[in-house]
Design a protein around this ligand. Sequence first.
Ligand code: PRX
Length: 641
Amino acid sequence: MTKWVVKDKDVFWPSEEMKKKANMSDPNIYGESLKDQVSFWASKASELFWFDKWKEAYQEDPPYFKWFVDGKTNLCFNCLDRHLDSRGDRPALIWVPEPPEEEGFTLTYRELHEKVCRFSNVLKGLGVKKGDRVGIYLPMIPETQIALLACARIGAIHTVVFSAFSTESLKDRLVDSGAKILITADGYYRRGKPIELKEKADKGVEGTEVEKVVVVKRLGSETKMKEGRDLDFNDIMENSEPECEPEKMESNENLFILYTSGTTGKPKGIIHDTGGYMVQAYLTTKWIFDLQDDDVFWCTADIGWVTGHTYACYGPLLNGGTMLTYEGSPDYPDLGVWWKIIQEKKISVFYTSPTAVRMFKKAGTGWIDKHDLSSLRLLGSVGEPIDREAWIWYFEKIGGGNCPILDTWWQTETGGILITALPGIGPFIPTVAGKPFPGTRLEVLDEDGKKTKQGQEGYLVQKKPFAPGMLRGVYGNPKKYMDTYWSKYGLDVYYPADGAIEQEGGNIKILGRSDDVMKVAGHRMSTAEMEDAINRHPNIAECAVVSKPDEIKGEVPVAFVILKNREPSDEMKKEIKKTTDKYIGPIARPAEIYFVEDVPKTRSGKIMRRILKNMLRGKDLGNITTLRNPECVDRLKEIIG
Ligand code: PRX
């Protein structure tokens, strides 16, 4: 067996074999790339196809910036057409359905290209033009990647809504983005059951500008189709032409909008451009996941999140790689399903969340030991801090003590990974993400904007020139863009709202969110959004939602609720959970609900969530005498116990 890592005390390094194999193994790349970041990224952009080369690689007008100005390209062309001659018959997408008795299939680059072209023509036939927004509300089936790529081909802006989000969430996003088309499915399989999606979609489009709904009949069920509005995906694909000219997109024209939670009640539509995003997706996949011809890459993220966009669709395809998509959940028909897939499909690069790792760690190794996982050579982690125990378990039990762990830090806003170790360079250190990706400048600052000393806690920031994959705005809300990212340290410093510590060798340890955003099983949730949802129940006078640590999910939401015209009861708790289901989705269900008489507030009436958070963590509450209602603190302590 090839050895991929070597140990040196508590730290791991790439083996000589790994260094030889890796796409990038020169440690000088960090220093070299920072000498002229713009030229660095421009040289990488040149590895991709452009109809017209850019006139200027980087331009800025803070807090706005552009990459590859006047360059014309097409992301879909770079993902598919570019590979047709050299690797048209290579597998692009391996699809594994959830029902064990159902056979999956593989689409080669040529097959995927044909389907994407057909669907691009379908969208054009429905009147979709460059710049139009297209909603995508689909499960993990190949039609999802086909839909994204088709939008990219014709220059339509896709906005994907996670299929487990509620009707109301879907509606909000469709309204905000002004989508005219929705692509959805009759349903999908989850934990052995067919899950209905179309009825949710039907309600979601009510009162929006959506004129046509394309329905993938994944379940083949007798779903109700609305005459004149709904179209069967398969029917319209059959009658569509298999060739479609890609739209020449100026690099800075929008590619997609993806909604994400912030500190206010409404999710923000994060805008990504075409060229910059493409270059970052391409290079990070190439150097971090090190994709090569013999690799099969499985990123387990749902397409509804940015990780699914960049590493379960665009990044692998930009590199001509082979990727796998699995429809189902990790525990059906049993906890062996992922490991069976890794064995059967010879997955070599595997990218998942710390929550999944902790879940399997708790379940014991019985499920894993039955399978041969020796095809693995790289393991990735994303979305939340990975604790030492989970890291070591992942390394030893899944990687057989032989695969680097790439703890990758990034955000919906950054479009692609910005901090991690590189597999050919290392080091791989438990709980430490690693160095800023070559060509990017990330630092840890104190409250006053000064660089922290090594080992000292501070706030993570990015300095200019900003990485090409970075967001280009908040859809329809420039003020929010300015306030959220560019107000803490000014217009030249991007503020992601994460705490961090820089360690020896410039490696960065991520501490997690420093604002009122929580990561529940890696899913980004906003306390304000959950509070807004709960407050819509007629018997709620007021509420505060904060996170509490959880052994598996990292964090879970806890709600402190003040009732009106109603007594506390289990029934009321159920109703609150139904309310968060309705307005957000089951992932926002509070793990615990406390009925209280008051919550700590400042003199101006702002809820002091920090005090509640510290209480749930058994931490010191600090000075509470400045509260308007310090007396409620003792009462709350009694309730929490
Ligand atoms: O707090 C950080 C955490 O996830 C946030 C971004 O969430 P989202 O936009 O949903 O994107 C997740 C996937 C890219 C960050 O602000 N986060 C992400 N990766 C890590 C992380 N926290 C610790 N370690 C990571 N590797």
